[in-house]
Design a protein around this ligand. Structure first.
Ligand code: SF4
Length: 242
């Protein structure tokens, strides 16, 4: 089987969420149907973006070559891995056979595909997009996406995965917006990560305190505020294979 679905494979430290700092091998898929205004993987969003053919056996041998004693897990990220379900399943199942833990980073775009792949994973980091992220156009499209994301969280929890829910916080995120979402996820065993955006749209520290307290009133100590740190690691020493 040939594929142009992999954008890059490299080793680094997890740069966001509650497992920040863990050594991982990153397998970045190309293609994503969303359009978040803050996207920092724009090139990887375009499917088949001038990529060389890659067969799964070659990807697995590249993963094997990157295994280090401190390895925590193999992170399947994007782009959006759920747009390539067959390859995702094949790679994750091969990693499981090699006794490598698997971590799925997804925007939760399709719960039926998530159901197909969930058994191959130990960890799932699922984004919940807010309407002000402009991931999709129009409130009806947002509601549909939100429904899929919630389903993915429910399935991950039911399947016993360590489940991380990530919400990007922007300067105009409101208490009301966050409260209605936290109400929907309060029943789940999750790490809720509020990830403040950096740059011109970054939220103030006062807003972060307020939003953390709102989330805490539903989820208690499951709430954490963690900015992205992967740029701090990028000094040119990442070991990249493609
Ligand atoms: S879901 Fe991720 S890859 Fe897709 S547009 Fe949003 S930030 Fe970019």
């Amino acid at each position: 089987m040939l594929s142009r679905d992999i954008y890059e494979i490299f080793t680094s430290f997890q740069g966001e969420g509650s497992l920040v700092g863990r050594r991982q091998i990153f397998v970045r898929f190309s293609g994503c149907p969303l359009n978040c205004f803050y996207c920092d993987t724009v090139d990887a969003r375009i499917k088949n973006h001038s990529l060389p053919d890659t067969n799964p056996e070659k990807v697995i041998s590249e993963i094997k070559a990157l295994v280090t004693p401190d390895l925590h897990s193999v992170s399947f990220t994007g782009g959006e891995p759920l747009v390539s379900p067959n390859l995702l399943k094949k790679l994750a199942s091969s990693c499981k056979k090699l006794d490598l833990a698997c971590y799925l980073e997804t925007a939760g775009i399709d719960a039926s595909i998530f159901t197909e792949v969930v058994d191959f994973f130990d960890y799932a980091a699922i984004d919940l997009k807010l309407p002000n992220h402009r991931a999709v156009l129009g409130i009806n499209a947002w509601k549909k996406l939100y429904h899929e994301e919630l389903e993915c969280i429910r399935i991950a929890n039911r399947s016993g995965l360590h489940t991380i829910v990530k919400i990007v916080i922007v300067d105009d995120t409101t208490h009301h917006m966050l409260a209605s979402i936290c109400r929907d996820i309060a029943e789940y065993e999750i790490d809720l990560v509020l990830q403040p955006l950096t740059g011109s749209r970054k939220p103030s520290i006062e807003l972060l305190f307020g939003l953390s307290e709102v989330a805490g009133s539903y989820l208690g100590k499951k709430v954490m505020v963690i900015p992205q740190v992967h740029r701090l690691y990028r000094d040119g020493t990442e070991k990249e294979f493609r």
